[in-house]
Design a protein around this ligand. Structure first.
Ligand SMILES: Cc1cc2nc3c(=O)[nH]c(=O)nc-3n(C[C@H](O)[C@H](O)[C@H](O)COP(=O)(O)O)c2cc1C
Ligand code: SF4
Length: 373
């Protein structure tokens, strides 16, 4: 294989014993392609085949719900019952057949769940709805659901599982001082607010045994009264001590993403790299960074400067799956680029429609629309 000028980007590494052929990973990206009800659809398989063929070393599949009550949307992948196993097996195989590692992100959306009666650590309203505060019994039950879902991910043939602690979903809701107002052992100082994710991690690890467990990590909520880096690094260190395979750092939640200053910040290349860098200084486990890492030169320099260990590409890879190959060949200029002024994919999925990128060719748009069920 030809050598690339981006030596850091194409340097293999080991992640919890697994070989990764390079440092390019796909960060989880929900695009509304699963069938209604969360089953794996032909369009979803087609999409992940494209992503796996891109040359990335690891695909972290978008969030999949561990319980119907924690689902983010009617098209969120489900992994809460054994009946979803055969679809998940096809998905894992589709990715691995392309010599690519496969991970599935598992999630409980908590107060952001697409249900009539959402649950959360405390009764802190979101978008006009007030969730019910979880009892201790319900907390234990959810932890078991995480463990059962993780075991299904392993049984389906994925190489690893990722706990979704980002975007302000349930794990993050426990860690945040804004959304966790509990007065029992799960609330109070940061050392108590991290109890829930650490117990989830322990239960998952005890259940899956020798199987890597990664963590999507909310480093900063970007809200004045929200979780900030000073507190979140306490969780990062605890996750490492408790055997997490990697930390994939991100910032923001649905309550901050659409604030004018955050929209402005999120248009900048590498807008979340400083979060990953701060986390990386505190831990030895590999750290993934994402967020408009649009050029291979930028990606390579992040790795060279040891600001992160792996690069996460979400929209960047989806808009042009040729990115890794073109980067290797040095023909990056010809890649399709995600435009900082566009938010079409996010808008479409929030309206319950499949994501179609305006940058794609007419033929590709038609193919995706045609496959959508
Ligand atoms: C439409 C959309 C869906 C997303 N879905 C997920 C998801 O399921 N899980 C997750 O952890 N992050 C999700 N993200 C965040 C991405 O993983 C990533 O952090 C972010 O898009 C920045 O990377 P990029 O500029 O390469 O897209 C999503 C982002 C977008 C725009
Ligand atoms: S160009 Fe628009 S639709 Fe395409 S990936 Fe970027 S934000 Fe999404």
């Amino acid at each position: 294989m030809e050598k690339s000028v981006y030596r850091n980007l194409f340097k293999p590494m080991r992640l919890d014993g697994l070989r990764l052929k390079n440092r390019i990973t796909m960060a989880p990206l929900y695009l509304g392609y699963a069938a209604l009800g969360g089953k794996i659809s032909p369009l979803l398989l087609h999409h992940y085949k494209e992503m796996a063929r891109s040359g990335a070393s690891l695909i972290v599949v978008e969030n999949a719900s561990i319980t119907p009550n924690g689902s983010g949307s009617p098209r969120t992948i489900r992994c809460d019952r054994n009946r979803y196993l055969s679809g998940l097996e096809k998905l894992a195989r589709t990715i691995k057949d392309e010599r690519c590692r496969a991970s599935l992100q598992i999630n409980h959306a908590g107060r952001f769940a697409y249900v009539e009666d959402p649950v959360a650590p405390s009764e802190v309203g979101a978008f006009g709805r007030t969730p019910k505060a979880l009892t201790k019994k319900e907390i234990t039950n959810i932890q078991k659901q995480y463990a059962n879902a993780a075991l299904r991910v392993k049984k389906a043939g994925f190489d690893m599982v990722e706990l979704h602690g980002g975007t302000g979903y349930l794990l993050a809701q426990f860690v945040s001082p804004r959304t966790n107002k509990r007065t029992d052992s799960y609330g109070g100082p940061i050392e108590s607010r991290i109890k829930f994710p650490l117990e989830v991690l322990k239960r998952v690890k005890d259940t899956v045994g020798d199987f890597p467990v990664g963590y999507r990590f909310l480093a900063d909520e970007w809200l004045p009264d929200g979780l900030n880096l000073k507190e979140s690094v306490v969780l990062a260190k605890a996750l490492e001590e408790n055997g997490v395979a990697y930390i994939s750092a991100m910032g923001g939640t649905y309550e901050s993403f659409f604030l004018p200053e955050i929209i402005k910040k999120s248009k900048k290349p590498g807008y979340m790299v400083s979060l990953a860098n701060t986390v990386k200084k505190k831990v030895r486990v590999p750290v993934i960074t994402a967020g408009r890492i649009s050029t291979p030169a930028k990606a390579d320099s992040i790795l060279k400067d040891k600001r992160a260990d792996l690069i996460g590409l979400a929209r960047v890879l989806w808009v042009d799956p040729e990115w890794p190959k073109k980067a290797r060949r040095g023909s990056y200029q010809s890649t399709l680029k995600c435009s900082p002024t566009c938010d079409a994919c996010l808008k479409l999925v929030m309206q319950g429609k499949p994501a179609i990128c305006p940058k794609w060719s007419k033929e590709k748009k038609e193919l995706y629309r045609g496959m959508f069920q």
